[in-house]
Design a protein around this ligand. Structure first.
Ligand code: HEC
Length: 112
């Protein structure tokens, strides 16, 4: 009885660890996938146009959540809803890992 409980715990731990491994984003894979985004969001995630948000240096969770929400309909935008529809969860994680690693524009424009 005791041993089977330990075995169960070990299996649960292994499942948890492998789930985390697949959950991690791969920045190199994300870079390849970002070709489809560069036209609007800029070659290095820094768009020159104010209508397209800068993705470079943004928090990874934020990027992943934004993409997930476009896909689920929680966040609506005519352009991004269509784009996110074609992305898998892993695509989103890879893209988020890629953009978060890029140098962003750290200007908060806080009032003095
Ligand atoms: C045709 C232009 C276009 C393309 C291509 C495009 N986007 Fe976007 N993206 C936009 C616009 C416009 C917004 C702002 C939408 C809004 O107001 O919610 C946006 C918003 C986003 C946001 C939310 C940013 C924030 O600060 O909240 C993320 C993340 C994002 N795009 C990722 C991507 C990724 C990843 C790709 C490629 C797979 C991509 N986009 C391709 C136009 C584009």
């Amino acid at each position: 009885m005791k041993l089977s409980k330990i075995m169960l715990l070990a299996v649960a731990l292994m499942v948890l660890i492998s789930a985390q491994a697949t959950a991690a984003g791969d920045a190199a894979a994300g870079e390849a996938k970002s070709q489809a985004c560069a036209g609007c969001h800029g070659a290095a995630g820094v768009s020159a146009m104010t209508s397209f948000p800068i993705l470079a240096g943004q928090f990874e969770d934020y990027l992943f959540n934004a993409l997930s929400q476009y896909k689920s309909g929680g966040r609506k935008n005519a352009i991004m809803t269509g784009i996110a529809a074609g992305l898998s969860k892993q695509d989103m994680r890879d893209l988020a890992a890629y953009y978060t690693a890029l140098e962003g524009v750290y200007s908060l424009n806080l009032p003095e």
